[in-house]
Design a protein around this ligand. Sequence first.
Ligand code: SAM
Length: 482
Amino acid sequence: MVKYERVRQYLAASGYTSEFLLQHFDLPSLHLLFYPVGRQGEKFAQQYRRSGTALFLARVFIGGYGESREAFREHMPDAVFDAMAEGGILEQVAGGEWQSPGLVFPFRGFFIAADRAFRGQQQLPLGRDYVAGGADPTSVEFYDNMASTPCRTLLEMGTGSGIGALLASRFAERVWALDINPRAVEYARRNCELNGVENVTAMESDLYSATDGQTFERIVANLPFVPSDENTAVFAAGGDDGERILAGFLEGCAERLTPGGRLYALVMGSDREEDGFESRIRRYLGSGGEDCDVALFARKTMTPAEFAFDRVALRNSESAALFRWVRFMEQHRIEQMVLGTLLVQRREAERPAVTLRHTLSPGATVEDMDRRLSWETRCARPDFAASILSARPTASEGWRVLTKHAMEDGKMATISHSILVTHPFEETVECAPWVVSLAARVDGERTVSQLLGAIQKQTGAPGDVLLRVFAQLAALGVAGVR
Ligand SMILES: C[S@@+](CC[C@H](N)C(=O)[O-])C[C@H]1O[C@@H](n2cnc3c(N)ncnc32)[C@H](O)[C@@H]1O
């Protein structure tokens, strides 16, 4: 810790922040600076040339440019320079200049060291154990979709450079950061030291192999989920059908979660012919799955062709790769690829396990997902009816009713009603007309029991059916219940 203390203090006071970098380079996302390709790369090279300490640090620690000892002296005290050299974030190269072997960049109030893919505009060969920075949009989506409410114990599986664990160190009392790649573990440890974070333990582990019977209140992961071959770097290799690592990760999770504990994972998987992604997730959980609720929140779906084009364009592959992807999709009878956030919750008490799948609307947050899972598990509890009947649900304005009409026997007739909700989940539920009048009567004054009593008089429907319908209206957000 002491080794990096000077470096940390210096960097924190230097103005080397992500806000500065995004503004100076006019970028929407910092990770673009790590890949200076084409004209964008030339523009970066020019923008690095201006003066100022924050930009000098960016030139050295992101750009990878070498600088003389004198140049460093202009921007930092000798003691900081020496600490950087001792900590391995600067090294002297032939010709006498000093350069940074990897990246060191600011991210959400931390400084993160990781491998670099470029030095200047020159692309470097990447080893299979390459450790990516972890500031790309997929990683950011993962950080934004792991719950950040206080908890006692948290495990991050597949930590990479350790950003997830560092962010978790702010709200979890103790954090374990695991990775199969020893270089990632080294980086995660170094990044904890660099940031003075003392409540994270980074360990090399193939999935749970190093966890030793421990249990965790929260488990988070952004594991490789893209189908891969033996040439893919470890950080991205998801196994032959892309779900092999996910399957192993889920198989061990039930016994590692404390009762009531939740797992949050960024996942990509497939809906296959008569085999939805959430059904396979249940199978991957194995026998421990009986004790778990599964909630899959889809952010994006892609047809096989869209996914194949996306992979080929992203990796700049040759066109033959397109056919390999399409063959792969056909072989596994894949109908669509699903990208989203998976929540798995270990049951806290005896009750039926719940399985949900919903489509997130663009602004939906992890709090929305947490709330939905909590509500649906509350509905599954044996005391649900008793707990809800005296509540006074509040009305919401965020719903619409779609009514379909058609000509029947020469007359225009109403043939169906659907309740439509667009936020935080996109849902359309076809329903009987009395469901619409139930929803319309919710006013914050009447209790659930009064609301259901009135509808029962009108329709004669059994109480348990009415309660189920009401529970669904509350899940949709049409009625607000505490
Ligand atoms: C996509 S990267 C994510 C890194 C980081 N958490 C982030 O969000 O940017 C996946 C990470 O999982 C690790 N990993 C792959 N297979 C693993 C396994 N069997 N056990 C533990 N970690 C694994 C990789 O080494 C890599 O660091």
